[in-house]
Design a protein around this ligand. Structure first.
Ligand code: PGA
Length: 291
């Protein structure tokens, strides 16, 4: 697709190489990335709390936005939903209100949306994004992109190709924020999803639907399908940052980091990315095992 090549110069981002938790070197040496030759695995950054983690990331995003704005360009941010990124959005809103961070020159692309939900629905990701970020910052509505969950079925394929094209036209995604589901999904790329997948209609895994049941007032009300960016789409972002907090995510984070890239754990494809990071709190971090 040539998305990466469309803009000259390096990414405005440099996720800090400083690892707050020195045990990480040992953690990484216990993982099996070596089998892929030169270890190009993602950076793993563990903070004591999720709040510290999001402050770091929000600072990186703010620096990226300001740099690109100074250069007269637009910063393209890939956004995620779910409980995980909420504190990040709170911090970005704080930076807007208290430190003058402007989103006027920011374009956004969300990862996914439930299929069959209207933007007005309280459970829709359109609603989520308005509530947690867009209504609280100065972003231009025409530069917000979220997959439309109401596209008629016979138009989905064309619509998804247009979503991909819009990302390309915007110059590609500078930084993609990701959560991880207990199935190993990023976006709604449930297993098995491989690294050739593009924006498309997918069927949600039963585990994912179960995890969403409380938001919908019961499993029966959780949509069975969604439109999601693909793994290939996500891997084209210049920087990708996967966030995970809490013990509940520890097992899948460990499995993803330790896995060779595999469609059975879609997040493990990040292990191939040149500039990917896992940003974790201590509870979500792989257990430290003495070497
Ligand atoms: P969560 O969802 O942030 O609500 O845990 C993450 C995901 O499923 O990607």
């Amino acid at each position: 697709m040539g998305v990466k090549g469309e803009r000259d110069g390096p990414s405005p981002h440099r996720i800090s190489k400083e690892k707050p938790n020195q045990n990480l070197k040992n953690i990484m040496s216990n993982l099996s990335m070596e089998q892929w030759g030169e270890p190009i695995g993602p950076e793993v950054m563990v903070h004591s709390t999720s709040q510290q983690a999001v402050e770091q990331l929000a600072g990186e995003i703010a620096a990226g936005i300001r740099k690109r704005t100074r250069q007269g360009g637009r910063y393209v941010l890939g956004l995620a939903t779910g409980s995980t990124p909420i504190p990040l959005y709170e911090e970005l809103v704080r930076l807007h209100r208290e430190e003058g961070l402007s989103f006027e020159k920011v374009t956004t692309f969300n990862l996914d949306e439930y299929y069959g939900l209207s933007p007005e629905s309280e459970q829709s990701y359109h609603h989520f994004m308005q509530k947690h970020l867009f209504s609280k910052v100065d972003i231009a509505p025409e530069r917000i992109h979220i997959p439309d969950g109401m596209v008629p079925r016979n138009e989905v394929e064309r619509y998804c190709a247009e979503y991909e094209e819009a990302i390309t036209q915007a110059g590609g995604i500078d930084l993609q924020i990701l959560g991880i589901g207990r199935t190993g999904h990023i976006g709604f790329n449930e297993p098995p999803s491989d690294d050739s997948t593009r924006t498309r209609l997918v069927t949600l895994d039963p585990v994912t639907r179960q995890d969403a049941a409380s938001d919908f007032g019961g499993l029966d009300f959780v949509p069975k399908e969604a439109i999601t960016m693909g793994i290939a789409t996500i891997l084209e972002a210049r920087t990708a940052v996967l966030l995970a907090w809490g013990e509940r995510k520890q097992e899948i984070v460990s499995r993803s980091l330790a896995s060779s890239p595999s469609s059975s754990i879609p997040a493990s494809f990040l292990n191939l990315h040149q500039d990917a990071a896992y940003l974790l709190d201590e509870a979500a971090a792989p257990e430290f095992q003495p070497a």
